[in-house]
Design a protein around this ligand. Structure first.
Ligand code: SF4
Ligand code: MG
Length: 325
C-alpha cells in the first residue's frame, strides 16, 4: 500500500461569479521514503491540492479520495486531522509566519508540538530536543535563540525554525510548498540536505511543490506537472527532464536555467495561465501550445501511457528537446 494515495481529487471555491475550479481531477501516489515533485505555475492547483489533504481549504467543495495509510483524509473531522498534522504529515510553507505564532517563543512552539504528540516527553526533554532541532537547521546559538519570539528571527531563520518544527516529530510525510524561495543558496542547500537526511534515516516521504523544475532536479524520484488544475505529465525524474512528452513541460524546462544549465534559450512559457472560473475547453494548454491541432480545442486529453504519462494528443517523443544530458 502506498503511504499516500490520492484519487480524482477535485477542489473548487464558490465565488459570486461561479465556482473557481482550482483542482480538476488529480490522481497520484507517494511511497514511503520517496520524493514527489509537484510543479506548475502559480494558480495551477499545486498548493491547493496539498492544502486540501491537510484540511486547510475551508469553504472549498472537495470530492475524490486521499488515503494516508488507508485512512481517508477527505472529510476527516478537524480534531482528527489536527492530530495527524505535525505527527504524521508536516507542512512547510512559503511563508513561515503562517505557521509560527507571533505571541509565543519559537522554542515554546516546538516544545508544545512535541509534548502534544508525545505526552510522555518531559518539558526538559522537549526543550533539549527543540534546541537540537534548531541547531540541526543551522540556527546559531540555539540555547539562547530558543527563547526568542518569531519577530526576533530574520526571515531566513524563521523559515529554518519552521523546518525544525516540521522535522521534530519525524513525520511520515512532509509537504514542502516552495520551501526555499526566500532563502539564500547556502541555506537552501542545507535545508534540502536536511530533508534528504530525514528521508534516509526515517523513511520520510516528501512532496515538494515548486514552480521551478530546477529546485527538484536532484531530489525528486517522480514529478507531476500541473496545469490549470490538472496533471499534464507524470513520470520518473529522468523521463521528465530528459524525455519530456508534454509541450508545457518542455516550456517549463526551457524557462529553468538551474535545471538545464542550457544557455541562450531560456524563456518563460509564452502566454498566461487560463482562468479557473472558466477554463478553456479541450486541452487546457491549447491557447498557449505551439503544437495545437483542431482536435485539441475540443477533446480533453486524459493522462495516457503507463509509467510515463502525459495528457496530450500528440504522440510526442520529444527526445532531444529537453536539456542535453
Ligand atoms: Fe498542445 Fe494539443 Fe497536446 Fe494540448 S493536446 S498540449 S494543445 S498538442
Ligand atoms: Mg502556491
Amino acid at each position: 500500500m502506498a503511504l499516500l494515495e490520492v484519487t480524482d481529487l477535485k477542489v473548487s471555491f464558490p465565488t459570486p461569479d461561479g465556482p473557481v475550479q482550482a483542482v480538476r481531477g488529480m490522481t497520484f501516489q507517494v511511497e514511503r521514503g520517496r520524493t514527489l515533485g509537484i510543479v506548475g505555475e502559480s494558480g495551477s492547483g499545486k498548493s491547493v491540492s496539498t492544502q486540501t489533504l491537510m484540511g486547510l481549504t475551508r469553504g472549498a467543495e472537495v470530492s475524490g479520495s486521499a488515503l494516508l495509510e488507508g485512512r481517508e483524509l477527505i472529510g476527516m473531522p478537524e480534531g482528527e486531522l489536527r492530530r495527524l498534522r505535525g505527527a504524521q504529515i508536516s507542512m512547510i510553507f512559503q511563508d513561515p509566519l503562517s505557521s509560527l505564532h507571533p505571541l509565543y517563543t519559537v522554542g515554546w512552539q516546538i516544545i508544545e508540538l512535541i509534548r502534544i504528540h508525545e505526552p510522555a516527553t518531559t518539558k526538559a526533554q522537549a526543550r533539549k530536543l527543540a534546541i537540537e532541532q534548531l541547531a540541526m537547521v543551522g540556527i546559531p546559538q540555539p540555547e539562547q535563540r530558543v527563547d526568542d519570539y518569531p519577530h526576533q528571527f530574520s526571515g531566513g531563520m524563521r523559515q529554518r525554525a519552521m523546518i525544525a518544527m516540521a522535522l521534530a516529530l519525524n513525520p511520515k510525510l512532509i509537504i514542502a510548498d516552495e520551501p526555499t524561495t526566500a532563502l539564500d543558496a547556502t541555506v537552501q542547500a542545507q535545508i534540502l540536505d536536511l530533508m534528504a537526511r530525514s528521508r534516509r534515516e526515517f523513511d520520510t516521504a516528501l512532496i515538494m511543490i515548486t514552480h521551478d523544475l530546477g529546485v527538484i532536479a536532484d531530489m525528486a524520484d517522480e514529478v507531476l506537472v500541473m496545469y490549470a488544475g490538472k496533471p499534464v505529465e507524470r513520470a520518473g525524474r529522468r523521463d521528465v527532464y530528459y524525455r519530456p512528452h508534454h509541450p508545457y513541460t518542455v516550456g517549463l524546462l526551457e524557462s529553468v536555467p538551474s535545471a538545464t544549465g542550457a544557455k541562450g534559450r531560456l524563456k518563460p512559457v509564452p502566454g498566461q495561465p487560463p482562468s479557473l472560473l472558466n477554463p478553456p475547453g479541450g486541452c487546457p494548454f491549447h491557447p498557449r501550445c505551439p503544437y495545437v491541432m483542431a482536435r485539441c480545442r475540443v477533446d480533453v486529453p486524459p493522462l495516457m501511457g503507463d509509467g510515463h504519462q502525459s495528457a496530450c494528443w500528440l504522440p510526442l517523443d520529444l527526445e532531444g528537446v529537453g536539456p542535453e544530458v
